[in-house]
Each structure stands twice: as C-alpha cells, then as structure tokens.
Design a protein around this ligand. Structure first.
Ligand SMILES: [Zn+2]
Length: 281
C-alpha cells in the first residue's frame, strides 16, 4: 500500500494485459458500489410501510426479520426480490468490469444473488452463483433439489400487496411436501444445490485446475468477511501457491491480506468505477 495510485493502476493494467486466466470473485461490496445499496434512500423509499410497521433498518437485516405470517413475510420478500433482482438492469460498473476482462479466459465466482454479472454481459456458463439467486424459490426444507423461477409470482405478489400482506392464495407451497417455500438463498442447511449449481461448481473446479501455474489474476471485488471461506481465503491461498499469480483486490475497508502475498497483491481502496475506468484507459 506504499505505492501511489497511479503506480498501482499501471501495474494492474500490465498484469491484466499479460494474464492468461482471470478468476473474478464478486462480493456484496461490488453490488453496493454499483449502486444496488441495501440501505439509504433505496431502502426508505421502497419499504416505507414495512419500516413503519416493523421498524426495519435496511434490506440486509430485514431478510432475517421474523415476520408474523407467510403472507407478511412474502409481501416483504417479493418487494425485496423485485427491487434487487428484477428492476435493475445491468449496472455501469459491472459492464465496465466485463469490458476489462471479456477478451480473456475468465470465470466468475460470486456470493451475490442479484444476477448483475449476467445482466452486464458475462456468459452464464462462466458465472457460479454459489449462494443462490433471488430469481428462484426452493422448498424451505430442501425436500427435493429443484428450484423454481419466481418472476411472475413476485410481480403478482407486489401488485397485490395490501397492508404489508399478500393474499393467502399467493403464498407459495412446496409441490412435493406441501410445506413452505424460501427464496433460493443459502440461509441455512436446507439450501438446494440443483443440477445447474452442480454443473457450475464443476466448471469452477475445472477452471481452477486448468489455471495451475499459469499467469493468473485473482480479481477480488468487494469481498468482506461475512463468508471469507468462499472467495477471500481461497484467493489468497491460490495466489500463494502459484508463483505466476497476482491478486488484485478492490476493498475500501479491508484491503490488507496475508503478508506472504504482499509482493503479489495490488490493492485498491479507491472508488471502483474510477479504478476500473483508469485501468481501461
Ligand atoms: Zn418440500
């Protein structure tokens, strides 16, 4: 971190130009930087009735709120899914990152569940959404491993929400066990890993394998410490194990990593848009 901003930009530019493979890790900080923030005006303007009734403070903690009934719970979740998954189109930051890597052999692993990578040009077969996706439902008990597209249902729920509740007939039920449904998110041990999840997990492992020893960039974008075992620690480990690897880390709050990788790390705490546009100049 002793190097100047311009220095780090030049280094990043050079290693990206010369890289054989790029593995991208996307965390919550990336979507927040792209403008999909879970607090502030986006929250207060979209959720005023829920804030008034339940005292909710932001979209992150609201996901864990113990709503009193399924009708109330789905009224909240439908709105949450609509504003984070269906309303936003591909954001400029994600599109810029795509431009930066699109001619390289790349792969994405992300804990984000909002489809921004796909919406911004990344090929679906190269994006492993390891924690699920807002756009699907699953059995809350994981009794079978199918996930169900929820777009039309979510839109109908939002349209028919009254007094912070959806009509009872819209509450989704598992077609196999008849129990409750959940959004397809890894919130507990019942998370469903369907065929598509398994295939992408395999593609991810294949990409790691074929990257062994290559001129490799681990591009870590806004990854904090909620689930560091998925992206952050493996990226440091893989950087350590490959003498031709560079770790490029974008993180405003936690840029510091393993000291063994110090020479191989380029860390940015600056605004992501700014860094990406300077690297692409
Ligand atoms: Zn079930």
């Amino acid at each position: 971190m002793n190097e100047t901003y311009e220095n780090r930009i030049e280094k990043a530019k050079w290693v990206i130009q010369n890289a054989e493979n790029i593995l991208i890790g996307g965390g919550a900080g990336l979507s927040a930087a792209a403008g999909i923030e879970y607090g502030g005006k986006r929250f207060t303007e979209n959720f005023a009735p829920f804030i008034k009734r339940y005292g909710l403070t932001d979209m992150y903690t609201s996901g864990f709120y113990p709503f009193p009934t399924q009708e109330a719970r789905w009224a909240y979740w439908a709105k949450h899914i609509l504003v984070n998954r269906y309303e936003p189109s591909g954001t400029q930051l994600y599109k810029d990152i795509f431009q930066m890597v699109k001619d390289k052999n790349y792969f994405v692993i992300t804990t984000n569940v909002d489809s921004q990578f796909e919406k911004s040009g990344f090929v679906a077969e190269k994006v492993f959404e390891v924690q699920g996706n807002y756009g699907y439902l699953q059995c809350a008990k994981g009794c079978h491993s199918t996930v169900y597209n929820n777009e039309s249902l979510v839109r109908e729920m939002v349209a028919k929400t009254e007094d912070c509740k959806i009509p009872s007939e819209l509450v989704p039920k598992c077609p196999i066990c008849g129990g409750n449904m959940d959004p397809h998110l890894r919130i507990n041990q019942h998370f469903v890993q369907d065929d598509e999840w398994d295939e992408l997990n395999e593609s991810y492992n294949h990409f790691l394998h074929e990257s062994t020893g290559k001129k490799m960039i681990y591009l870590e974008l806004g990854v904090g410490f909620n689930t560091p075992g998925i992206i952050r620690y493996p990226f440091e480990q893989m950087t350590f194990n490959n003498e031709n690897a560079t770790l490029i880390r974008f993180n405003m709050e936690h840029p510091e990593g393993a000291k063994e990788n110090r020479e191989k790390t380029i860390a940015f705490t600056e605004n992501m848009y700014d860094v990406v546009s300077k690297i692409m100049k």
